[in-house]
Design a protein around this ligand. Structure first.
Ligand SMILES: C=C(OP(=O)(O)O)C(=O)O
Ligand SMILES: [Mg+2]
Length: 521
């Protein structure tokens, strides 16, 4: 068997195949005709089996992981949960899986209503619920399985929170049926240094014991399941200063979302942060973090960059990065819906709290702060954001250009702000009308596309005209073959994951500005 997809994170490895089970369907509530005691009697043993499995796993680990698993095991055998589910079977003739689903749902509602620490526990109850329901239905529990040895993970797609939690020591490679080169699964896999292939149709149907994954070529082949890894390519030489062969300066910055990313970026020579995705701090949060908690979380990411320029982006929640505390309701087209800055239009206090936490974190850490907003469509939106950011005491304010309308009106937008940063991931998605999470249209989300580069050129030219900086912080900036094209168009900084910095830095040293300009699409 040999399959091809889109290689999004380099490296060639082989290892045993482990499949991430799909989400559970909501269990049927069709009434059980009789033998209610027998039906109710299934719940206790299923819960006990789940608790035993979790306790067993707890014994094989230590520290925080152990106490989390022990607490979850205790929740699974909670007599109140079991009794409540059994009662639902007897009183409403519900099948056992449905009764567990509803009983856990009542617990979760009560925990969320209690708020604070209790609300955070609702996610654990959902985890326990899914495990017991899966056990009753004879299915694998959903989500990323606990890996005990290095494996190749196969999934339809992963949520950003799941990908961010992957352990690069245990996940040899990641292969998904869905996702494109700019999906957050791909971005996070690259940042973690995990070889990955996305848009790999047919991989879920493969039942070989193992897979060989080539994250550069995008090839996936069946293997015997034995672990083999090729030596990692050494990084090109780069001295940490972004400049062309003729000395023309281009700031090379990092995209970060966690303290670990920030430390990796400093170690890789980043001159500053070009994109701090603040929503990545809250992918698993049930409630809006307080201003004090935000200040602390942002400071932990910014601290390694004391004295350097950083661009903090306000929350880009919604669509492919849902945050539980900002539910959007069901939208037919979430990528075209209420996401990014749009969320703040009817919740301005949410934005103000975040701006004030960011300002405080910048003061705590001594960084040179700039703040920008995601998903800005018009100059009026840019002006609205800039006014709020300036009122919060922020001196340098920008917006992302990631909607075609914003690219077309870059001049008007630049009149309202101090800088712009091109989000080529979303810009490609909207220019080509091609969902960045969908494997079937992955090739349209390739940042080498002429139409995308022409829009980038228009925005960069507007920046040159008015003398304001235009950066790129989408995945296009991380591609050593595209970096000279972007610089030739007039882009003044490139921001990327830490792993990409040296390759881009070295590629820029090979060319001068004239050669870059000649590459215009
Ligand atoms: C950098 C971008 O933002 P995100 O990937 O977080 O949507 C982009 O859209 O290019
Ligand atoms: Mg974006």
């Amino acid at each position: 068997m040999s399959l091809s997809g889109v290689g999004v994170s380099p490296g060639r490895v082989s290892g045993p195949r482990v499949v991430v089970a799909a989400d559970l369907p909501e269990p049927s509530s069709a009434p059980v005709p009789d033998a209610l005691d027998v039906e109710a009697g299934k719940i206790g043993p299923a819960a006990a089996a789940v608790a035993a499995e979790l306790s067993d796993r707890a014994r094989s680990v230590s520290g925080d992981a152990r106490s989390v698993l022990e607490t979850t095991a205790a929740m699974a055998s909670d007599p109140a949960l079991i009794a409540s589910a059994e009662r639902l079977v007897r009183e409403r003739s519900l099948p056992a899986p449905r009764a567990v689903w509803e009983a856990a749902g009542e617990f979760m509602t009560a925990l969320r209503a209690a708020g604070g620490y209790m609300a955070e526990r609702a996610t654990d109850v959902a985890d326990v619920r899914d495990r017991i329901v899966a056990s009753l239905l004879g299915l694998a529990p959903p989500g990323v399985p606990e890996l005990r040895s290095p494996s190749v993970l196969v999934a339809r797609d992963l949520a950003p929170a799941d990908t961010a939690g992957l352990d690069p020591d245990l996940v040899l490679a990641l292969v998904t049926e869905e996702g494109g080169p700019t999906s957050h699964t791909a971005i996070l896999a690259r940042a973690l240094g995990i070889p990955a292939v996305v848009a790999c149709a047919g991989v879920l149907a493969c039942d070989a014991p193992g897979l060989t994954v080539d994250g550069s070529a995008g090839e996936v082949t069946a293997s015997d399941g034995v672990v083999r890894a090729s030596a990692r390519k050494s990084r090109p030489e780069w001295d940490g200063v972004g400049r062309l062969a003729d000395g023309h300066r281009v700031k090379l910055l990092a995209n970060v979302g966690s303290p670990a990313d920030a430390h990796a970026a400093i170690a890789a020579g980043a001159e500053g942060i070009g994109l701090f995705r603040t929503e990545f701090c809250y992918l698993s949060a049930e409630e809006e973090p307080t201003e004090a908690a935000q200040r602390e979380a942002y400071a932990a990411v910014l601290a390694p960059f004391a004295g350097r320029p950083v661009v903090v982006r306000t929350l880009d929640a919604g669509s492919d990065k849902p945050l539980a505390f900002l539910p959007m309701g069901a939208e037919p087209n979430p990528a075209l819906g209420v996401r990014g800055l749009r969320i703040a239009f009817d919740r301005p206090e949410l934005l103000d709290r975040q701006l004030s936490a960011i300002t405080a974190a910048a003061a705590d850490t001594g960084v040179e702060l700039s703040v920008m907003a995601p998903m800005v469509a018009t100059a009026a939106e840019a002006a609205w954001f800039a006014a709020r950011a300036r009122a919060a005491g922020i001196g340098r304010v920008g917006v992302m250009i990631e909607i075609p309308a914003a690219a077309l009106c870059a001049e008007e937008i630049l009149a309202e702000v101090d800088f712009v940063s091109l989000g080529t991931n979303d810009l490609a998605q909207y220019v080509f009308a091609a969902d960045r999470q969908l494997g079937a249209v992955a090739s349209l989300n390739d940042p080498h596309q002429k139409a995308l580069l022409r829009l980038v050129g228009m925005v960069a030219a507007a920046g040159v005209e008015v003398g304001k900086p235009v950066g790129v912080c989408g995945e296009a900036a991380a591609d050593p073959s595209l970096a000279p094209v972007l610089v030739g168009a007039g882009v003044t900084s490139l921001s990327m994951n830490a792993v990409a910095l040296a390759g881009v830095g070295a590629a820029l040293r090979e060319v001068d500005l004239e050669a870059c300009r000649a590459l215009a699409p």
